[in-house]
Design a protein around this ligand. Sequence first.
Ligand SMILES: N[C@@H](CCC(=O)N[C@@H](CS)C(=O)NCC(=O)O)C(=O)O
Length: 213
Amino acid sequence: MWASPMAIRVEWALRLKGVEYEYVDEDLGNKSEALLRYNPVTKKIPVLVDDGKPIAESTIIVEYIDETWKDGYPLMPADPYERAQARFWARFAEDKCNAALYPIFVTTGEAQRKVVHEAQQCLKTLETALKGKKFFGGDNVGYLDIIVGWFAHWLPLIEEVSGASVVTDEELPLMKAWFDRFLAVDVIKAALPDRDRLLALNKARREQLVSSA
Ligand SMILES: N[C@@H](CCC(=O)N[C@@H](CS)C(=O)NCC(=O)O)C(=O)O
């Protein structure tokens, strides 16, 4: 599914490690027999199939990649406390920020202003994990950058489609600067879905969701 912000995490992790992989597209409106066989529990993508063995859930897949190709580029911090922190923030972003961002996409006017404010509070909390650092992972892109990395490409697009202003220099300066820094990394840039195609898809989705609300 080329437009999935969860699937791209797996591609980023594999590319950072320099692991060759085959990308198999999935039509989520007509799920393949392979997807249902490899992930019968949630039936969601992404699924990584390594040596015939399937692994589901993008955050878990990224950790699996780091542990399996240990000698390559390190994704997780070496220190156990730092690893725990990275997992904590990843969980916070998944549970709180993703949930806070979605309503922006489906609201307008006063209702949207309220949800934008709530999303900004959530992102401000996440931003504290960036203080004094170039990337969430420190000097280099790491696990947490991969997990929250989709914000950098998808959020400006969601802002454009929904007319909201969320990640601004005034409200979220560290996050905004990190967007630019993260998207400038060659490996990250190379796997991004085409912006115009993504914009068109999200415009159509937004129109559909707002008109049926
Ligand atoms: N928590 C899962 C979420 C995966 C997910 O939501 N995948 C979506 C595409 S982005 C999907 O497969 N949707 C199809 C469905 O829900 O049936 C992960 O991080 O892997």
